[in-house]
Design a protein around this ligand. Structure first.
Ligand code: F6R
Length: 365
């Protein structure tokens, strides 16, 4: 059932090229430079009336929403925000009919996300589900939405659902954007990049053995930091969550610019810092932050764009990601961090598919 893999998590990491293929299939329109998401189920006019996108979710799904936030603002020029589902529910959210609320949940059963859906429905928002499990409670109660088609996710740690969530959010933002200021040319260019995702992720997955080797050097520390900025900031948060949940290493994700405001005090000789320094806007600033970490003796693993010798100079170890559109690069970068966490946890002899204290779906609040 694990298809020859030692753990479901590793199997699901390797399934991502196919999972992404399924999530994308039939959903890109290269002529119009847009996406076809019939599940969004509303006329162009309805979509044009949306004034704000509010995404709700928990854990890894929340992190996917944080990437979505950048996508909606950049591509669709629409105000977008992400709220932890429990927070959304209890803070008396200001929601109106011109808000699109997107509930992001792999299982479609997370109690807090479901409660947020009910709250948003009650307030008359335009509510949509972004679920993997077909027929799940959230997908039923939202009534409309888009399925991931990522296939069943067995491992407690979410991997392929995250990358497919981000891919679908990019397509949603593209669709919304094309009804607004995003041009057909730009749309077609982005659609072509989204189409490359299976191939881009394949290039990361095939580095598994190399990443396993790097992981040995990061497995014996009790604290690890992940830094990134812009589109890669949420990916840093997700990398830290993955590492802590399966390896039990205390890991924190920070915006690279936040380091100087406190966290840098924690760095001592040899502390691992995983720096997301792909060649996207802000890279030079991140490299500056890497330099500050090195000066405190940190050991730096950089995730960089293939062939970026300048960035490589700053790092002790590197994982290379193929060059691609900055928003799209969040996905192969996340896959690199999934593999890193997996191999670190394996070196530490952890129960990878069933980490202590965790359940696959959190149906209590
Ligand atoms: C982390 C993880 C959890 C889930 C969270 C939400 O790897 O799996 O953080 O992402 O419990 O679950 P869903 O997406 O099913 O609502």
């Amino acid at each position: 059932e694990k298809g020859g893999f030692e753990h479901f998590m590793l199997k699901e990491i390797h399934e991502q090229p196919d999972a992404l293929r399924n999530a994308i299939r039939g959903r890109l329109d290269f002529n119009l430079g847009s996406s076809v998401l019939s599940g969004m189920g509303s006329s162009a006019r309805d979509l044009a009336e949306i004034q704000r996108v509010v995404m709700v979710g928990c854990g890894t799904s929340l992190h996917a929403g944080l990437v979505g936030e950048y996508a909606f603002e950049d591509l669709a020029d629409v105000h977008a925000e992400v709220q932890q589902a429990a927070e959304f529910r209890y803070r008396n959210p200001l929601i109106t009919r011109s808000d699109l609320v997107v509930a992001i949940s792999q299982s479609g059963e997370t109690a807090d996300t479901l409660a947020a859906v009910r709250e948003a429905n009650q307030k008359g928002a335009f509510v949509m589900g972004l679920c993997n499990v077909v027929g799940s409670t959230i997908s039923r109660e939202t009534g409309r939405g888009v399925y991931l088609h990522a296939g069943p996710e067995i491992s407690v740690a979410s991997t392929k659902a995250f990358t497919c969530q981000v891919a679908v959010l990019l397509m949603m933002a593209l669709k919304l954007g094309r009804g607004r200021r995003f041009s057909r040319e730009e749309g077609t260019r982005l659609a072509r990049e989204i189409e490359r995702l299976p191939e881009l992720v394949e290039k990361v997955v095939t580095q598994s053995a190399r990443i396993a080797d790097i992981a040995k050097r990061y497995a014996d520390h009790e604290h690890t930091f992940f830094i990134g900025r812009g589109y890669l900031y949420p990916v840093a948060l997700e990398g830290a969550l993955k590492l802590k949940e399966i390896s039990y290493i205390h890991a924190e994700g920070y915006h690279a610019a936040e380091l100087k405001h406190g966290p840098i005090a924690l760095l001592v000789e040899g502390t691992p810092v995983i720096a997301l320094a792909n060649d996207i806007p802000g890279k030079d600033k991140t490299l500056g932050n890497v330099e500050e970490c090195r000066a405190r003796g940190a050991r730096i693993l950089g995730v960089i764009t293939e062939g970026d010798h300048e960035a490589a100079e700053f790092m002790d170890d590197v994982i290379e990601i193929p060059a691609c559109h900055p928003l799209v690069s969040t996905i192969p970068t996340a896959v690199a961090l999934q593999l890193l966490s997996y191999h670190i946890a394996r070196h530490r002899g952890c129960e990878i598919d069933q980490p202590r204290n965790l359940a696959k779906s959190v149906t209590v609040e």
